[in-house]
Structures are given as structure tokens and as C-alpha cells.
Ligand binder design. Structure first.
Ligand SMILES: NC(=O)C1=CN([C@@H]2O[C@H](COP(=O)(O)OP(=O)(O)OC[C@H]3O[C@@H](n4cnc5c(N)ncnc54)[C@H](O)[C@@H]3O)[C@@H](O)[C@H]2O)C=CC1
Ligand SMILES: O=C(O)C(=O)COP(=O)(O)O
Length: 519
């Protein structure tokens, strides 16, 4: 038994959390697809899809896809290319399909997944942005979503540069005026790019390619981040007001990252000198859209990925991803599922639950205000090869939080960190160590940790208080340093004890500290 728990309290500086798992042996990662029946785990994204080999799957291609990709699909499945479907038509057709391929123009809503009634196994997005796919609904319905994240990167970047230069020299407007028989040379004086500053918002694949091509540009902002809750309307009245007057904006990302009404106001006020937009909040935008009709706006109809090369590339990329997923292979471009084969995922699932419970427990033990304010997460993995090791690939998981104070001093290990440890027993996550105390309690329901002087009757006293409060005990375990010395009692409870009951537990003379934890 380890030495007694130290109850040192440290001045928190930068808490850091370590999760480490002791792996007994590498997880078996080679499996053959041996069963020929279709299997779906409703409670998790469909990761392992096997079709009976005699039934060809049906793939609905709902938006124009490069021929090379369609050809690949037809070698494996029945392919239905039906473009410009209404939402109602899509919901009707989808019930007969095993996979759906879209671009940015189709909203794959919750209704689509509900209409599929469990048959739809893969949605392929032939491009990058997946904001038109309801990922939560897809996951709830066990449907894998894959995209084609690389094939249109250069095309989008080149389009961004094209828009930027066309905007700077008023190419579109000048072209239209010449075609209209005008010769307005002074009206379309542009700006130079040399020596200017370019801000790239969203420095990912497209953004970095734009930056590579735009060396020496300046006073421009080019948007290349995905549309998410955190990027929605990231350019708005407030941010425009902070910008250098006369800034020029390029948007090849998503219309939704700009508050379009605020942009019109900024253009009218001259805060934004020009905008070059390939994407809009509503596509196509209204014909009388003030933004589109603005004389200082250059607009294109979502052409960022529209080159012959990019469309052939995304078509092949998404066709390979969808066919691979339907065959039950790993989907390297999955966006709503971990990159782990289903069988490994099944084996790891109880450990994922254990990690979550241990993390939840450890964070609740942190004392001082609102608990952990900043996190530095360090994941360590140990490979220990022991002959004759049990079948369990992962021996235990430990969560340590350093540089914090603990509400339960006994959880502080000899090294001064909050330390909790757990194992999976018969598929159930168990807490097996708190600080220096070994316990064994199932991490189902909630938990009371008590540190007391080890003596007869403690279990009975605490058990009676809980019984009077109609709180059912699911597990009880006592870890102790030595008989009649310090002990930690871990009690799993199905219901939340009342504050009075917890107060009574704390008032038991032998109890030196206790804490109630919701898991
Ligand atoms: N107009 C078109 O035809 C095309 C549009 N796109 C759009 O461009 C987006 C980016 O594409 P990729 O570069 O391939 O994706 P990516 O995932 O490689 O890059 C996105 C970048 O945005 C960053 N980001 C995310 N949230 C942010 C925030 N709040 N503030 C600043 N940066 C943030 C990410 O860290 C990442 O570096 C896509 O999500 C898509 O919406 C992409 C290709 C073609
Ligand atoms: O890849 C993306 O995110 C795009 O916006 C490309 O859209 P598209 O496939 O051309 O409708």
C-alpha cells in the first residue's frame, strides 16, 4: 500500500492535465471483412459498413460531379445523377439510396436523414466545406460524412488571387462599362498591390496557398475559414469600424462569415473601398441584393472550386472515399467519426467512457473559484509488453492535474498533483485509485469520496445516513494505508444525496474530509 496521502496545497499557476494510458499490447489493427451482412451501430457514427456482396449499393449524386468520379462510382454501385432536386424530391429519393454525394448547393438536413429511415450510410461532400450538412443529425443516424479536403485548394486560392487583382483594378466593372459602349478611364482607376499588406483569415490549406501567391500584397483581407458558430459574421459593424479606412476584402470562404448588411454600410461609408465576393449567405443572392449591385463589389457565382482540374480532382477524391466507406474501409476524410476501424472503436469504447468519467471527476476535485481556468493537455502513452498479458489492450488510464489545489486533499498524489486512475472491468469503467489510495468503485451514477480514520462501523454510519435519505448505494470500497490508519471510502450512489445528508456525513467524527462528485 502506498504511503499516506500528502495534503499539500500548491499555488495554482498553469494547471496542466495529463492523461496516460498503459497499453499492454498494440491493438489488433488488421481485420478482414468476414461477414456479408449489413451491420449498423445506431448509437455511434457508422464506421463499419459491410454490404451483402450480391446487392449493389445505390449512390445518389445530387450535384454535378466530374466524369472521372462518376465512372469510379459506376464500377461499384448503381449511380443516380439527379441534379437540382427540391428538398422534397431529395427526401423522397434518399430512402432508396445507400450513399449521397453533394457539393455546396444541397442542404443535407435532418429531414434527409430521417427520410432515409436508416438506409443512408455515407454522405460524400465533393469539396471542403461541410456547413451544408447537418453533422449532428448524420451522426445520430449512424451515417458517416466524408469530404474531399484537398483537390480544390489551389483552385480556390487562385480564384482568391484573381478576385483580389480584379477588384484592385476594377476589371469586372470596367469590362461591363466597355461592353456597354462607355470609355470611362478615370472612373476605374485602381490600386497597386506592391508594398501593401494582406491579412489572411483562416490560414489553412487555401489561406496558406493565397499567402504563398500574394507575397508583397498589402491592405487587403482575404477570408478562408470555414463557416462555424465561431466564424459566423466575424466581419461585422464592430470589426469594420476597427479597420484601416479603405481596406479591400476578398471572400472565397462562405458568405456567412461576413455580416452582409454591415459590409454594405462599410462600403457606403468608404471604410471598405472594395469587396470581391465569391460566396454569399444565400446562394444565389437576390437579384436586387444591395451588396451584389454595389458598384464597388466584384461578384462571382461561387466559382472557387470551379476549374476543370479541381472538379476532376474532387470527383475522384470523393468517389474513392464513398466507395471505400461502403466497403467498410477506413475513411481517411471522415468528418464526423474518429479515424479508427469500427472493431477497434468497439474495443476502445469503454476506455473512452472511462477517460471521460475520470476527466469529469478530476476537474470537479479542483478547488479555488471556477476550477481549472486554462488547460495544457499532455497525452502520454506507455507501451509495456508483458508476457501472458490479459486480453485487455489497455491496462489503466490515469488523469493528473498539476498546479492546482484540490477540494479533496487525499486526491493529491505524492508528486503534488490531483491524480485519479481507473480501469475497465467487464466493460464497466471503475475508479481504482484516488491520490495514493487504492479503491475499486464503478463509475456509474455519482460518487462520494470520504477520508476517515480507519475504524469499525464507518461503512454502517455512512450507509445509514444515505438509506434514511433513500439514496441507493451501487458500490462501496475502502482503500487504506494500513489498518486503523487513514482510509478513503469510495461510495457509488444512484441518487443525489440531500445537502443535509452530506452535512451529516461530514459531521461523523472520524470523517476528516469528503466530497460529492457528479459523473
Ligand atoms: N469558394 C469556394 O469554392 C471554396 C470555398 N472553400 C471554403 O474555404 C474554407 C477553408 O478551406 P480550407 O483552407 O481547405 O480549410 P482548412 O480547414 O484547411 O482551413 C481552414 C482554416 O481556418 C481556420 N479557422 C477556423 N476557425 C477560425 C477562426 N474563428 N478564426 C480564424 N481562423 C479560423 C482553421 O484553423 C484552418 O486553419 C472551407 O471551409 C470552405 O468553406 C474552400 C474551397 C472552395
Ligand atoms: O469546397 C468547398 O468548400 C466549396 O465551397 C466548393 O463548392 P462547390 O463544390 O463548388 O459547390
Amino acid at each position: 500500500m502506498a504511503a499516506s496521502a500528502s495534503s499539500t496545497s500548491l499555488k495554482p499557476s498553469t494547471p496542466s492535465t495529463t492523461i496516460s494510458g498503459l497499453r499492454r499490447r498494440p491493438l489488433s489493427t488488421t481485420f478482414g471483412v468476414t461477414t456479408l451482412s449489413f451491420r449498423r451501430h445506431r448509437d455511434q457514427p457508422c464506421r463499419f459498413i459491410v454490404l451483402s456482396m450480391d446487392a449493389k449499393p445505390t449512390i445518389l449524386v445530387a450535384e454535378k460531379l466530374g466524369e472521372a468520379g462518376v465512372k469510379l462510382l459506376k464500377e461499384f454501385a448503381n449511380v443516380d445523377c439527379s441534379y437540382n432536386l427540391s428538398p422534397e424530391e431529395l427526401c423522397t429519393k434518399i430512402s432508396l439510396c445507400d450513399a449521397l454525394i453533394v457539393r455546396s448547393g444541397t442542404k443535407v438536413s435532418r429531414e434527409v436523414f430521417e427520410s432515409s429511415a436508416g438506409r443512408l450510410k455515407v454522405v460524400g461532400r465533393a469539396g471542403v466545406g461541410i456547413d451544408n450538412v447537418d453533422l449532428a443529425a448524420a451522426t445520430e443516424h449512424g451515417c458517416l460524412v466524408v469530404n474531399a479536403p484537398t483537390a480544390n485548394t489551389v483552385a480556390a486560392a487562385e480564384h482568391g488571387i484573381a478576385l483580389l487583382t480584379a477588384m484592385a483594378r476594377n476589371i469586372a466593372q470596367a469590362d461591363a462599362s466597355v461592353k456597354a459602349g462607355k470609355w470611362l478611364r478615370s472612373k476605374y482607376v485602381g490600386v497597386s498591390l506592391v508594398g501593401k499588406t494582406l491579412a489572411v483569415l483562416g490560414f489553412g490549406k487555401v489561406g496558406s496557398e493565397v499567402a504563398r501567391r500574394a507575397k508583397g500584397l498589402a491592405d487587403f483581407i482575404s477570408l478562408h475559414m470555414p463557416l462555424t458558430a465561431s466564424t459566423s459574421k466575424v466581419l461585422n459593424d464592430e470589426t469594420f469600424a476597427k479597420m484601416k479606412k479603405g481596406v479591400r476584402i476578398v471572400n472565397v470562404a462562405r458568405g456567412g462569415v461576413i455580416d452582409e448588411e454591415a459590409l454594405v454600410k462599410a462600403l457606403d461609408a468608404g471604410i471598405v473601398a472594395q469587396a470581391a465576393l465569391d460566396v454569399f449567405t444565400v446562394e444565389p443572392p437576390a437579384k436586387d441584393s444591395k451588396l451584389v449591385q454595389h458598384e464597388n463589389v466584384t461578384a462571382t457565382p461561387h466559382l472557387g472550386a470551379s476549374t476543370m482540374e479541381a472538379q476532376e480532382g474532387v470527383a475522384i477524391e470523393i468517389a474513392e472515399a464513398v466507395v471505400g466507406a461502403l466497403k467498410g474501409e477506413l475513411a481517411a476524410t471522415a468528418v464526423n467519426a474518429p479515424m479508427v476501424p469500427a472493431q477497434v472503436l468497439t474495443e476502445l469504447k469503454p476506455f473512452v467512457a472511462l477517460s471521460e468519467k475520470l476527466g469529469r471527476l478530476a476537474v470537479q476535485l479542483v478547488a479555488g473559484g471556477t476550477g481549472v481556468k486554462t488547460r495544457g493537455l499532455r497525452i502520454t502513452e506507455e507501451r509495456v509488453f508483458l508476457d501472458g498479458s490479459p486480453e485487455s489492450p489497455l491496462e489503466l488510464i490515469q488523469v493528473q492535474i498539476a498546479n492546482v489545489e484540490s477540494k479533496f486533499a487525499s486526491a493529491i498524489s505524492d508528486s503534488g498533483e490531483i491524480k485519479v486512475e481507473g480501469r475497465v472491468k467487464d466493460g464497466i469503467p471503475h475508479l481504482t485509485r484516488v491520490g495514493s489510495f487504492e479503491v475499486d468503485v464503478s463509475l456509474e451514477g455519482s460518487l462520494i469520496l470520504c477520508r476517515q480514520v480507519d475504524q469499525p462501523g464507518m461503512i454502517g454510519k455512512v450507509g445509514s445516513i444515505l438509506a434514511e435519505d433513500n439514496v441507493n448505494v451501487s458500490f462501496m470500497s475502502v482503500g487504506r494505508i494500513a489498518p486503523r490508519k487513514q482510509a478513503v471510502m469510495a461510495i457509488g450512489v444512484d441518487e443525489e444525496p440531500s445537502k443535509q445528508s452530506l452535512k451529516k456525513i461530514g459531521e461523523i467524527p472520524a470523517v476528516e474530509e469528503f466530497v460529492y462528485l457528479k459523473l
